[in-house]
Design a protein around this ligand. Structure first.
Ligand code: ADP
Ligand code: MG
Length: 323
């Protein structure tokens, strides 16, 4: 069965942080629970309609179940190339939505209720794998794109740029990207812990800790992390190979606005302009299914970014594909 077009984008409004409350930021974004988002401030008054809106009180589980993420995982198991990505300004809740709160270590795992879309997807994949007698083989690769350089976040050595190649059968792919098999939630959680260290920094040591918050923000707004889960069917490998990548990606900003504009028209989509869009070309425009989660801050100080994220999400609703 065809899964149809991309699922509609989901909107998540995070709560005001302690810092924002302490300094007296006003809450200018409200949701009435009917799929509408209201932005009201001195000179702005706008209402947006979406099919899935999650307000400050929404749990991580509610986002997983209500955004279409579970169905996306099911589609990946059925062989469709599935992608989820979070977008929004720095500090809007992308990392929280995808991975849960930071500051975890092996000794202090996050409370299960706070786990993000990624861990919930892994749990779902592993559950399905077990229920069909471990017929699914799961492996992960994890890449960062920063300043048009691709590097492997799983490789233990010093960071080195990996080349992007193209083949007829696979489309664009990253050569020599490490792919690690995993069979448990703990194993993939360990991989994610590596993800939690600030990207593009040496793996350990005080040097990284001394990086200023400003520099980290500056970095994270230009960096894209791409975690790919490959789902292979062991039982049917010879007959019907199921080799579907599931990409949770954070954060991607502009790669789909042209697709939204191009709807119905024969427009050139410049996938080749950036490595991120090359790697996502199939998922976004071609044969894949992509769920977008727009993250916004409710604070008065973020008003203009919030409005642009909401406009962007509205346009993204118009992207359709033929998976
Ligand atoms: P981004 O990845 O978009 O830069 P983060 O995910 O790091 O933003 O979120 C910024 C801050 O807000 C973090 O301290 C995070 O823990 C907090 N936060 C984000 N979303 C939520 C939420 N839904 N509930 C509670 N705290 C949140
Ligand atoms: Mg982040």
């Amino acid at each position: 069965a065809s899964p149809g077009p991309h699922p509609p984008p989901a909107i998540r409004v995070r709560p005001l942080t302690c810092t924002e409350t302490r300094r007296g930021d006003r809450r200018v974004v409200h949701s009435l629970g009917d799929g509408t988002v209201h932005v009201s401030a001195a000179r702005h008054d706008a209402t947006f309609g979406f099919s899935a809106v999650f307000d400050a009180g929404a749990s991580q589980e509610a986002v997983f179940e209500g955004s279409g993420m579970r169905q996306l995982v099911e589609l990946a198991i059925d062989g469709f190339s599935s992608t989820v990505f979070a977008f929004g300004q720095t500090g809007s809740g992308k990392t929280y939505t995808l991975m849960g709160p930071l500051a975890q270590s092996k000794a202090q795992p996050a409370a299960p209720a706070l786990l993000g879309l990624m861990q919930r997807s892994f749990a779902c994949l592993l559950e399905r794998s077990r229920s069909c007698g471990s017929e699914l083989a799961l492996s992960a690769s994890y890449l960062e794109i920063y300043n048009e350089q691709v590097r492997d976040l799983l490789s233990p050595g010093p960071p080195c740029a990996l080349p992007l190649r193209w083949s007829k059968t696979c489309g664009f792919y990253v050569e020599n990207a490490l792919s690690v098999d995993f069979e448990s939630l703990e194993a993939i959680a360990d991989l994610l812990l590596q993800a939690l260290r600030p990207p593009h920094c040496p793996p350990a040591g005080s040097q990284r800790r001394r990086t200023s918050a400003h520099a980290l923000n500056k970095h994270s707004s230009r960096s894209h992390a791409l975690l790919t889960i490959h789902v292979r069917s062991r039982a049917h490998e010879l007959l019907v190979p199921v080799r579907a990548p599931l990409h949770p990606l954070s954060p991607a900003g502009h790669c789909i606005s042209l697709l939204a504009k191009a709807r119905g028209k024969r427009m050139h989509i410049p996938y080749r302009d950036s490595k991120l869009t090359r790697l996502l070309a199939r998922s976004l425009g071609g044969s894949g299914v992509t769920l977008m989660v727009a993250c916004i801050s409710p604070s008065s100080r973020c008003l203009s970014e919030t409005l642009s994220t909401l406009h962007y999400a509205s346009r993204a609703r118009r992207v359709t594909t033929r998976p």
